[in-house]
Design a protein around this ligand. Structure first.
Ligand code: GLC
Length: 417
């Protein structure tokens, strides 16, 4: 990454910097996303670990001020209400936060910080929070005791309107309007509210999705938590995390693996969802796939021009799907975006790159880094990019390009090994 792009990203992080209770945090985009988001903060902390490690720690400490007593970490925290913003005033259930969560990337962020400066006090401080979140997930989100965590709302995946969830939202038209998609997701928030946020009979389990990326990220989160706990002699947490990490991996293999591919399951009969999205590659991130499964995936999907091998990288949805919409453009109206239905995102690139590296696909991993760089250089720091033209779309001044710092470190590691 050249100095110009680095300075541009750092300047954007300065612009997106906010403060609450003496702690600095980062908004994903000043106009469009003016609050603190859970998985975004993990991405920010990873990026910040390369140029302002104290701020990285503050970002996570503030995030955890929003953690619920039961361990859940909400996906949005409104430290300051912003009056004029294109971000609509959505009710996610609670007054000051959302009532749903997002992917468990906290341990990955803490691990990265620990790698950078070896600060054990920080690890000790955060570890109980990570552990409480994991415990929440297994006690509240695994009602069938499968060692898989279920999502009660597509937004919990971070991929709000991915076509993986069309079926459970009863959206039959693969090219439906964003407003219909949103309405269906918000109805699920109402259900959740009516159940008083308790998973009992009130909350219908039929729409739950046991998703692949979420559980892959969880398996990896538990593995990293084991390492963090061992580093600070927290044996109880280390043992719990190690056991659960193995259990989630085994459950992914026994419940989600279907004809060589890992697919989410949903509904009372836990039927597989076959929609081809980038999620096919998520098991690589956690090392859950066998070598042969990884090879099959790379050769038939990642490198296939009729699936995921597009001029500007790996789209979030395969070009072979009817729902594939490469631009995800908002067409001037917030309500018609299709952002997770085709465009390329920095976070998915970052996850796929790590997965490929784990299985020795170094050239493919380097290619993802190079295309990510090209996108940021040519089209700026945008929320997502068109995989066919490279054009940037969605929010401006978007923070996820900060992950390029980590991708660069991975790329240097590849070159040196
Ligand atoms: C969008 C994304 C979500 C992200 C949020 C803030 O809703 O889909 O993943 O956390 O924006 O950037």
């Amino acid at each position: 990454m050249d100095g110009h792009l680095k300075s541009k990203i750092i300047a954007q992080y300065d612009e997106n910097k906010r403060q609450h209770a003496g702690l600095r945090y980062t908004v994903p985009s000043p106009d469009t996303y003016p609050y603190q988001w859970f998985w975004d903060s993990c991405f920010h902390a990873i990026a910040l670990s390369y140029f302002d490690i104290e701020r990285a720690k503050e970002e996570l400490c503030l995030l955890l001020r929003g953690q619920f007593k039961n361990g859940m970490i909400p996906h949005i925290i409104y430290w300051h209400r912003v009056k004029s913003s294109p971000f609509p005033d959505i009710q996610w259930g609670k007054r000051h936060t959302s009532s749903i969560t997002q992917p468990p990337l906290l341990a990955a962020a803490v691990w990265r910080i620990y790698e950078a400066d070896g600060d054990k006090d920080f690890v000790k401080q955060i570890l109980p929070h990570i552990h409480a979140f994991h415990r929440y997930l297994f006690s509240a989100r695994d009602p069938k005791k499968m060692n898989l965590v279920g999502l009660i709302n597509p937004d919990e995946s971070g991929e709000d309107n991915s076509p993986r969830y069309d079926q459970i939202l009863h959206l039959k038209d693969p090219r439906h309007q964003f407003v219909d998609n949103f309405r269906a997701r918000l109805e699920l928030v109402d259900d959740w509210k009516r159940s008083r946020y308790v998973v009992k009979k009130q909350i219908e389990l039929n729409h739950w999705v046991y998703d692949v990326p979420y559980n892959a990220i969880l398996a990896e989160s538990l593995r990293l938590t084991t390492l963090l706990a061992e580093a600070v002699n927290e044996h109880r947490i280390a043992n719990y995390s190690r056991t659960k990490s193995v259990n989630v991996r085994n459950a992914m293999r026994s419940k989600l693996l279907h004809h060589n591919l890992f697919q989410p399951v949903a509904g009372p009969k836990l039927r597989h969802i076959h929609t081809r999205t980038w999620a096919l590659f998520a098991p690589l991130y956690a090392g859950v796939a066998s070598k042969d499964e990884a090879k099959y995936l790379v050769e038939n999907y990642l490198r296939n021009k009729r699936e995921f091998s597009l001029p500007f990288g790996i789209p979030t949805v395969s070009i072979s799907e009817q729902s594939f919409d490469p631009s995800g453009d908002w067409k001037g109206d917030w309500w018609v975006g299709t952002n997770w239905r085709g465009p390329v995102w920095m976070a998915t690139n970052w996850l796929i790159m790590q997965g490929l590296l784990r299985y020795g696909y170094t050239k493919d991993a380097q290619r993802i880094y190079k295309t990510s760089l090209r996108l940021a250089n040519q089209s700026g720091l945008r929320e997502y990019y068109d995989p066919l033209t490279g054009k940037g779309h969605g929010a401006k001044g978007f923070s996820w390009a900060g992950l390029l710092f980590d991708m660069e470190a991975l790329s240097i590691y590849i070159d040196n090994n």
